[in-house]
Write a protein that binds this ligand. Structure first.
Ligand code: GDP
Length: 341
């Protein structure tokens, strides 16, 4: 009997880790994940997906390198997905030491560990579109676009991208970075605007005294389904003979304003947009009740220009293509909130 492939997800409790674990379990693999702690709060996504019994969860904070070493030695994975780390772009100026501890050292440790002890293990590191130069760019971003991160989080992801490439080229290791544009699902954390909007609009439909605040609703993003992205993580590692970096995006830009309108449409809510800038208010047409007001609190000090990514090269190389349309993603996010509330 052939042995089951062993997959280790470092950072298994976040949106991408949980969705990837679900995907790999359904493929019949032996799936291990690390989680910072094993409280039911930390494991809530794995519990929701009903896969906790089917995977092995290792308690491990990636900042504890000796613990990370223990996990790698006990699992001996064929595939590793390094998804853990600091991800709050907007706060990253105030958290620079935390970024060094979570996004730099563990990555260096991981690469060097693979080089010394597991040179055949294929490993994907989660990168970010925050590494790219967002100014004076007319075309979509691709793997050859210019880099110029605008915040410490982006800088840490550029370091990751470069050092992974160096280890791949210098030591011939099968390691890659996945450059990820925004990717959402019903399991997104509430810090992100898509989750905030879907969750709060559903709350309004159940309690029309409820209202909430947003920041710049004319900001634009390239949004995709996280479920599509995690499918590509596996496909890229498995299908590439010559492992190379990938870029995942939808190629389309949408504003937060459009996102609100589409979400409201699915909920049969007609909206009235009144005023401009910080004075703009969004009301329910039918009841006249306030739903959304704008607050400077949620504006970004440095708002990156909305840029779309071009996933063509990755699609051609890996044979991956997305299954989700934007409407399907939104419908799933709203359905989840309706059933949960
Ligand atoms: P990220 O900034 O790309 O990591 O993703 P977010 O989902 O946090 O933000 C996407 C866009 O939504 C950004 O341009 C924000 O400025 C904008 N935005 C507007 N209002 C809000 C808000 O209340 N919360 C968040 N997180 N973003 C908001």
């Amino acid at each position: 009997m052939t042995k089951k492939q062993r997959h280790l997800i470092i950072g298994g409790s976040g949106q991408d880790g949980a969705l990837l674990a679900d995907y790999l379990v359904k493929k019949g693999f032996d799936v291990h994940t690390t989680c910072r702690n094993k409280t039911s709060f930390s494991l809530e996504r794995l519990i929701y997906l009903q896969i906790l019994e089917e995977i092995t969860v290792h308690k491990c904070d990636i900042r504890n390198l000796s613990k990370l070493k223990d996990v790698l030695e006990s699992v001996l994975p064929n595939y590793v997905y390094f998804l853990a780390g600091y991800t709050k772009t907007a706060d990253s100026f105030s958290d620079i030491l935390e970024i060094a501890d979570s996004n730099l050292k563990p990555v260096c440790f991981m690469l060097d560990f693979l080089r010394k002890y597991m040179p055949d293990t294929k490993c994907l590191f989660a990168g970010s579109s925050e590494i790219f130069d967002t100014e004076n760019i007319e075309n979509k971003i691709d793997l050859k676009s210019r880099f110029s991160p605008k915040n410490p989080y982006g800088a840490s992801k550029l370091f990751l991208f470069n050092v992974v490439k160096q280890y791949r080229e210098y030591y011939n290791l099968p390691v890659m970075t996945a450059l990820l544009f925004n990717h959402e699902s019903e399991l997104r954390s509430h810090f992100f605007v898509t989750k905030k909007i879907t969750k709060n609009l559903v709350t309004f439909t159940k309690n029309n005294e409820y209202s909430f605040q947003l920041g710049n609703i004319d900001a634009k993003r390239d949004w995709s389904s996280a479920k599509d992205f995690v499918r590509c993580f596996y496909k890229a590692l498995e299908s590439d003979n010559k492992v190379d970096d990938i870029l995942l995006a939808s190629g389309k830009l949408m504003s937060v304003r459009e996102f609100i309108k589409l979400s409201a449409k699915i909920l049969n809510l007609e909206l009235d947009f009144v005023g401009e800038g910080l004075n703009e208010r969004i009301f329910c047409k039918k009841t006249g009740k306030l739903i959304i007001s704008i607050s400077p609190r949620y504006y970004r000090e440095l708002e990156t220009n909305g840029l779309a990514g071009d996933p063509t090269e990755t699609m051609q190389r890996t044979g991956w293509s997305p299954n989700y349309t934007f409407e399907m993603l939104l419908e799933e996010m709203i359905k989840y909130e309706l059933e949960k509330n």
